[in-house]
Structures are given as structure tokens and as C-alpha cells.
Design a binder for this molecule. Structure first.
Ligand SMILES: NC(=O)c1ccc[n+]([C@@H]2O[C@H](COP(=O)([O-])OP(=O)(O)OC[C@H]3O[C@@H](n4cnc5c(N)ncnc54)[C@H](OP(=O)(O)O)[C@@H]3O)[C@@H](O)[C@H]2O)c1
Length: 279
């Protein structure tokens, strides 16, 4: 382990004379592709002392493929739809039964649909809010009681939370929720030594980006992030207790602009940028 966590694991009393140490685990949601998949690979490398790594997404076959690449490690494949409250309840029960010590939580699963809001299907609107808002919140709620001093959680937000995004109205609103949620949790949890860090990535070459690139709007001026660099830096910063991480100078500048320019004005500029015709 690059940086040893403080040993503050919970101990289960399974017998009056026998104290059993809880297993140390990492949990990654949205691990079947994109950013979550790279997070999983970096967690495997960075924390060799973990007893188990739990990976969550809907596509079980993808998760199994990933787990098979690391046969020397205990990878638990957990196929769940995190937009479904029944899945959240099952996950909660699993945690109650195992009572692990969650050292690392990468709360990352997310969904995006670009396009005019009035044309968006009701199903997509519900799925987006159920996953990005409710799922992200409830994963945190289920896990935090099993996180102890020295543990951290990275919550994946988006630069889409810095200002309202036309053609991504529901997505940017959901990530604005995530930003407020993560920052508030940071203040609540750092007092007991659990760090909550908001990661706000810009454009990434993942399934999500490609599924949405024709939905309207224009993201051509935005540079792609390097997922290997982003994930390792994010983990280093989370270990140090940072509250936020926005990778790349280009997006840091955007965050700064969004802080000083009123959102009523910024949204007009984003609208203009978004209506530039595609080639
Ligand atoms: N790509 C970008 O440009 C970009 C920019 C800023 C922020 N982000 C954020 O980065 C995070 C990761 O996205 P990505 O870019 O890596 O996209 P991705 O490749 O599409 O990954 C999304 C992950 O979430 C999982 N997921 C989706 N719906 C789920 C559900 N209902 N239940 C459980 N898991 C579900 C997917 O797995 P299954 O399909 O197998 O369930 C997949 O593993 C998201 O929170 C996204 O909002 C992305």
C-alpha cells in the first residue's frame, strides 16, 4: 500500500474470548467501464493489503471479465442496478452481514442523456435522477457507517455542475446536487478522519461520452482527460484529505470563471458554444 491507512478497523465480537478483525475492503461503483474500470485497476495496484475489492455495475459479464484478470486478489462481483431501491436494500443487507471496514469507496456510477429536455423520454429522466442523485446518495448512506478514521470516499461529480448546461439540463442539475452533497459530507466526516472528496472531471473518452456526443450541444473545444493520471491523482489527493479535485488546468480555469461570472451570464455563453454547428 503506497500510503498505509491508520489501523482503525472495527472489531466484531463473534465469541466472548475471540475478537475477529473486520476485513478491509474497497468498493467501486460503475466499475464495468470508463472511469470506474480504471479506478478499479488503480485500486488493485495501489492497495495490495486489502482483503477484498467489491465491484458494482449492472453488466455482470464485464465485471467478471475484470475480476478474472486479477485471480490472485479477492474481487467480489456485485451486479446491481443502483437506480433501483431494491438493489440498494440488497447492498445494505450485504454490508450488515459482512460488516467490513471500508477503506476506499469510489462512488462513481453515473448516467447522462444529452438533448432538449422537452424531447427527453420520461424513462431517461427517472433513470438519471434515480442513479445520479438517489443512487449516489444512498451508496454513501449505506457505506459511511462502515468507514473509519483514515478511510476515504471519492464521489464523481462533473464540470457540468459548475454552471447550468442547456441540452444537459437534468444531468447538470444532478451533478450540482452531487457537488453540494459531497462538499457538505466532507465537512461532516472530516472531524472523525473520514475524507469525502468531490472529483469533477471534464470530458473523458468513455462509453458515456460517445453515447451522448450526438445529443445536441458541442463539446469539441474541451480536451480529453487521461484516465490513468486522473484516477491516481484523485486517490493521492483523497488520501491527503483534499475536499475537491478538478483535473487539468483547462477545467480548473473554467471552475474559476464559473465562480466569478454570474451563472445567468455564463449559461448564455454556454448556449452559444453549444449551438455551434457540428462538421
Ligand atoms: N465521460 C465524461 O465525459 C464524463 C465527464 C464528467 C463526469 N463524468 C462522470 O464520470 C462517471 C463515470 O462515467 P464514465 O464516463 O466512466 O461513463 P461509462 O463508461 O458509461 O461508465 C458508467 C458506469 O456506471 C455504470 N452504471 C450506469 N448505470 C448504472 C446503474 N443503473 N446501476 C449501476 N451501475 C450503473 C455503468 O455500468 P453498467 O452499464 O454495467 O451498469 C458503468 O460502469 C459518471 O458519474 C459520469 O457522470 C463523465
Amino acid at each position: 500500500m503506497q500510503k498505509e491507512f491508520e489501523d482503525s478497523s472495527l472489531f466484531k465480537l463473534s465469541h466472548p474470548f475471540l475478537m475477529v478483525k473486520s476485513m478491509d475492503i474497497a468498493i467501486i461503483t460503475g466499475a464495468s467501464s470508463g472511469l470506474g474500470k480504471v479506478f478499479f485497476e488503480k485500486v488493485v495496484e495501489r492497495y495490495p493489503a486489502l482483503d477484498e475489492i467489491w465491484i458494482i455495475a449492472r453488466r455482470e459479464n464485464k465485471l467478471k471479465e475484470l475480476a478474472n484478470q486479477y485471480s490472485d486478489r479477492n474481487i467480489r462481483v456485485i451486479p446491481l442496478d443502483l437506480s433501483d431501491t431494491k438493489s440498494i436494500e440488497m447492498f445494505d443487507e450485504m454490508l450488515k452481514t459482512q460488516a467490513p471496514n471500508i477503506k476506499v469507496l469510489i462512488n462513481n456510477a453515473g448516467f447522462d442523456r444529452a438533448g432538449l429536455f422537452r424531447e427527453m423520454s420520461r424513462k431517461d429522466i427517472y433513470s438519471l435522477i434515480d442513479l445520479n442523485v438517489t443512487g449516489t446518495t444512498m451508496i454513501s448512506r449505506c457505506c459511511l457507517p462502515y468507514m473509519n478514521k483514515g478511510s476515504y470516499q471519492i464521489i464523481t461529480g462533473s464540470i457540468g455542475s459548475f454552471a447550468p448546461l442547456p441540452w444537459r439540463a437534468v444531468y447538470s442539475a444532478s451533478k450540482a446536487y452531487v457537488r453540494f452533497f459531497a462538499r457538505a459530507l466532507h465537512e461532516e466526516e472530516h472531524k472523525r478522519g473520514v475524507n469525502i472528496m468531490l472529483l469533477s472531471p471534464g470530458k473523458m473518452d468513455t462509453e458515456m461520452f460517445h453515447q451522448n456526443s450526438n445529443g445536441g450541444g458541442n463539446m469539441d473545444i474541451q480536451p480529453y482527460l487521461n484516465l490513468n493520471q486522473v484516477t491516481v491523482k484523485a486517490m493521492k489527493r483523497a488520501e491527503k484529505g483534499c475536499a475537491t479535485y478538478t483535473p487539468m488546468l483547462f477545467y480548473k480555469m473554467y471552475r474559476l470563471i464559473a465562480k466569478v461570472v454570474p451563472s445567468a451570464l455564463l449559461v448564455k455563453f454556454i448556449s452559444v458554444e453549444n449551438t455551434v454547428p457540428r462538421e
